[in-house]
Design a protein around this ligand. Sequence first.
Ligand code: AHG
Ligand code: MN
Ligand code: MN
Ligand code: MN
Length: 340
Amino acid sequence: MTKRVSLTQYLVEQQREHGQIPAQLRLLIEVVARACKRIAISVNKGALGEVLGSAGSENVQGEVQKKLDIISNEVLIEANEWGGHLAAMASEEMDSIHVVPNRYPQGEYLLMFDPLDGSSNIDVNVSIGTIFSVLKKPNDDPNVIEPVSEADFLQPGHQQAAAGYCVYGPQTTLVLTVGHGVAMFTLDREQGSWVLTTDKVEIPADTKEFAINMSNMRHWAPPVSRYISECLAGKEGVRGKDFNMRWVASMVADVHRIMTRGGIFMYPWDKREPTKPGKLRLMYEANPMAFLIEQAGGMATNGTERIMDLPPTKLHERVSVILGSKNEVQRVTDYHKEAA
Ligand code: AHG
Ligand code: MN
Ligand code: MN
Ligand code: MN
């Protein structure tokens, strides 16, 4: 049995050996990881815990909120607002930012999250998750206490200090980067501790597995239709190999599969809502996942540009997402550029 390394030990070793994780960021990650454990407990209760079904309210996205959307959002806010490691939070489930109340010390980080990703899978017992992204407050001079505003969050993805997700599936797994590779931790439920189970995630550059919601086929732009029809043509077609398809409809589950065995994930623009660039949200879905994918050797674009270079203009803005094994993402991106 190899020596068990806990999340805390991993972070301290990263900090001690590489000076990579300032103490406030280490604390932030530990607090978020602890909040994910609490969310996992609620998720695992299911029907026994009064956590299933709709909350009857609507969020800023125009989605009907599930009870677990709200529960997980509250868990993350309550866990993070008093520790002195961050200045404000933003969430898929909140219209505007949540600034740390005056009674608590303010830290130098900003935290964004999708508290419960894959809400349509909650009531059918399919893997769901939490996604989070960490930025530094732009003006982090401790002597200058300026009120934090939404504009402070509007930083491109390459400014992220850390990103991660927790997938609540057959195992509860935390996947994390602080900009120096990706590590995976599995929750030891008996001890209630996160144990390092993969210390360097690497995504294969090639794959035979694509993930897209095929029911939207008639709405896609030509480069996406071209790529998918080539995959469907299999070894008799130009690709010369057969492909497999997966679509969980929880981004965390589809991305976790790619982090584990490669693949390409696509939620592209489609003509159902032509003015919207895509369904997924840039700040707390696409950017954190793009950071993780790139840190694991993959690629993430919106069809033409690197996701992490896109300049955000609104907290809840949406984006087209193509990410995963870099040779496949490159191909789809080339098809978009040829069609432009
Ligand atoms: P959320 O549950 O946080 O709103 O996100 C759901 C997203 C993402 O997790 C998933 O990839 C996508 O919606 C699935 O969309 P479809 O249901 O249209 O396939
Ligand atoms: Mn989501
Ligand atoms: Mn969500
Ligand atoms: Mn949602």
